[in-house]
Design a protein around this ligand. Structure first.
Ligand code: ATP
Length: 665
């Protein structure tokens, strides 16, 4: 039997195995590969899951839940379309291919005994037949393994797609991800969505097909071994594995904890370099290179110590692994000695008959060992799968809870179409009072300025008005148009989006919404509108092709025809990476956000420090543009320069009290 084939087959799932500690550590993709490689040496030892990942009914329930979502997903691409088979069909094909593989592996394994027979008997005709059979079986086994790996790849992609879309539908929606991140009950949701789902998808169908098929295979080869060696053969193989499991269970937890700490240090070390990259300009201005280098070196030294510990603790594991690998091979031949020396093979006298029987017997006991290895490694992988599905289910449970109580009934539609706040009291998540009993209303064109010391709760007020934070009491009434809030909230931190200049200005309007808004004049009107707005906010230089040429990817550029002659095509250049933050100054970024307000044209706009990076002249230009367009403004600002654009002012103190006054302009 060609062991390399069997290794290829098992590699489809064995690389998915993880140290239990990995589930606790921060996201670190390079480190994860390392840990997998290190722990993978356990596969041949037949590692059982260690105590942290005992498989219980609840865990299996989660796995069942996750699998059901993957298999029943109706996402395009997951269900069949044309020649593209659906996930359920692929799972059935995978199972059948695994069964077929068992037969092919059996006949391929016996071929060497047939070779011994024909070679021993110098049977040329027989040799040609066996050679032909050998080539045929090898092609069949190789073909089946390729097919199995292909099926696994397809199932992985499809189940990942189904699970991720299911999660996206619950996660990326109003309040859901905001509340999830605010509550902090489920850590690292991003890692669960991008990594855990992928890892789970990669192996669970394979693990199931193994767990369904291999016990039958193990029973079959146990009986065959028994018939050749008597009870002693299967018993010694069983004992061999029990010892292997015990040894591995003793050794792996020792290494796992060392690897966990190494991974943690690895994460810190990487963070230092991410920090250096993200703050390159600031570090250079401060001249902080030496300080930053010292920190990075300190982090490297800590990582080095932990890496050394892992290397030291790996020694006994490698020793055990090597011993068990070689001993397993010797054991199969030792077992063949039993029938040989007890006279069971004495009737074999023909040329090649004895060596053929030895080859056949050793193959059968070797396959029994292999079946055990596969079952045990699948059992270990199952424990990890349960771990992943528990993490994914936790995320779903939390999202379900959030989505069930995702009410913001304190925010209501104002019948008068104005902004009104009644007796609003707000606490921070740490339950300190920020605002008590606040009431005000903002009539159209009566712009309101909100000011007060840092941290007094100005942004928290607008969080509550948007429905993100639940107030301890009070209600908010806002104007609505076509069933949607007619108030645009511009957050303090600028958010630029992936995509073109057009996407920056039109965010968060969807393409369908733009299309219906500009249905009469088509794209042209939208283009004229965006170009005029960009000119109005002082960003007309972004409309020059030369401005983009130095930043765009050549491939992207080739998608944009007429760039030299048609200024509006400049709106659609997509940067290959999200470079808008890099290429625009903070002031330009704020101008782009105001351009958004002008484009979306809401009845009210709430601006949180939205002009803090602008010079007074640019600030005036933007405020005048907004006022000219008839948008009523509620501004949060510390700047004296904006007073003149407002009629009224709310000034908070740091105890939750406030003072409402008219601004004398
Ligand atoms: N997620 C949070 N968890 C705990 N405390 C928070 C959270 N968000 C805000 N706070 C606290 O609530 C208080 C009010 O914050 P808020 O952002 O409303 O201040 P602000 O008045 O807008 O300040 P600034 O003028 O500096 O922008 C602060 O003390 C802040 O630390």
């Amino acid at each position: 039997m060609d062991l390399s084939n069997r290794k290829t087959h098992s590699s489809g799932h064995s690389t998915q195995g993880k140290s239990s500690d990995e589930f606790k550590k921060p996201n670190n993709s390079k480190g994860e590969n390392d840990i997998v490689n290190k722990v993978n040496i356990s596969a041949a030892l037949g590692f059982l899951p260690n105590h942290t990942f005992s498989i219980n009914f609840k865990g299996i329930g989660n796995l069942h839940r996750v699998s059901r979502v993957a298999v029943t997903s109706k996402e395009p691409g997951v269900v069949g379309n044309g020649f593209d088979l659906g996930i359920k069909t692929l799972v059935v094909l995978l199972f059948l291919a695994n069964v077929a593989y068992q037969f092919a592996a059996y006949f391929t394994g016996l071929i060497s005994s047939e070779f011994y027979m024909v070679l021993g008997g110098k049977d040329k005709h027989g040799f040609n037949i066996v050679l032909g059979k050998s080539i045929g079986y090898t092609l069949l086994t190789g073909g089946l393994l390729t097919f199995i790996n292909f099926m696994l790849g397809m199932i992985q992609a499809k189940s990942r797609m189904g699970l991720t879309r299911y999660t996206h539908d619950r996660y990326i929606k109003p309040k859901a991800f905001y509340d999830l991140i605010l509550r902090k009950n489920v850590e690292n949701p991003d890692q669960r969505i991008t990594q855990d789902i992928d890892k789970l998808s990669a192996s669970y169908m394979n693990v199931f097909s193994i767990i369904v098929i291999y016990p039958v295979v193990a029973i079959y080869y146990t009986v065959r071994t028994w018939l050749i060696t008597g009870y002693i053969g299967p018993v010694s193989i069983y004992v061999y594995f029990i010892v292997g499991v015990i040894v591995s269970n003793l050794l792996i937890p020792m290494l796992a904890s060392k690897v966990y700490y190494q991974e943690k240090s690895e994460g810190y070390f990487r963070n230092h370099h991410v920090y250096t990259r993200d703050n390159s300009e600031e570090i250079s201005f401060y001249g902080g290179e030496e300080k930053v280098k010292n920190e990075a070196d300190r982090s490297l030294s800590s990582l080095f110590k932990r890496q050394k510990a892992v290397a030291i603790f790996t020694v006994p594991i490698y020793m055990a692994y090597e011993f068990f690998s070689y001993f397993g091979a010797s054991l199969t031949y030792a077992l063949v000695g039993i029938p040989l020396f007890t006279g069971m093979f004495d009737h074999l006298t023909g040329p090649g008959e004895l060596s053929s029987m030895i080859s056949k017997s050793s193959f059968i006991s070797m396959y029994l060992i292999y079946a055990f290895t596969t079952i045990l490694s699948a059992a270990r992988d199952l424990a990890y799968l349960v771990g992943y599905s528990v993490r994914i289910s936790q995320l779903w449970d939390e999202l379900e809870t959030i989505n069930e109580d995702a009410t913001n009934d304190w925010v209501q539609e104002s019948p008068e179409g104005i902004v009104e706040v009644y007796n609003l009291s707000v606490e921070s998540p740490t339950e300190s009072t920020l605002i008590s009993d606040l009431s005000f209303s903002v009539l159209p064109f009566n712009n309101l300025l909100i000011t007060g010391p840092n941290g007094c709760g100005k942004t928290s007020l607008i969080r509550t008005m948007k429905g993100l934070w639940k107030p301890t009491s009070g209600t908010v009434k806002l104007p609505y148009k076509d069933g949607k809030m007619d108030v645009l909230f511009l957050p303090q931190r600028v958010q630029l989006v992936y995509g073109s200049l057009r996407d920056q200005v039109t965010y968060p309007e969807t393409e369908n919404e733009s299309n219906s808004r500009f249905a009469d004049g088509g794209d042209y009107n939208q283009n004229v509108r965006i170009i005029n707005i960009l000119k109005e906010v002082g960003l007309s230089h972004l409309l020059k092709p030369e401005y983009h040429l130095s930043f765009i990817d050549k491939n992207d550029f080739s998608l944009n025809y007429n760039i030299e002659t048609s200024p509006e095509s400049v709106l659609d250049i997509r940067h290959s990476t999200p470079t808008w933050e890099e290429i625009l100054s903070p002031g330009e970024q704020q101008k782009l956000c105001i351009a958004r307000v002008l484009y979306l044209n809401p009845k009210y706009a709430i601006l949180d420090e939205s002009t803090s990076s602008l010079n007074p002249q640019a600030e005036s230009q933007l405020y005048n543009a907004l006022i000219r367009q008839g948008i009523t403004l509620i501004s949060i600002s510390h700047r004296e320069s904006v007073y003149k654009f407002h009629k009224n002012c709310i000034r908070f103190d740091s105890t939750g009290r406030y003072d409402y006054s008219e601004i004398a302009n």
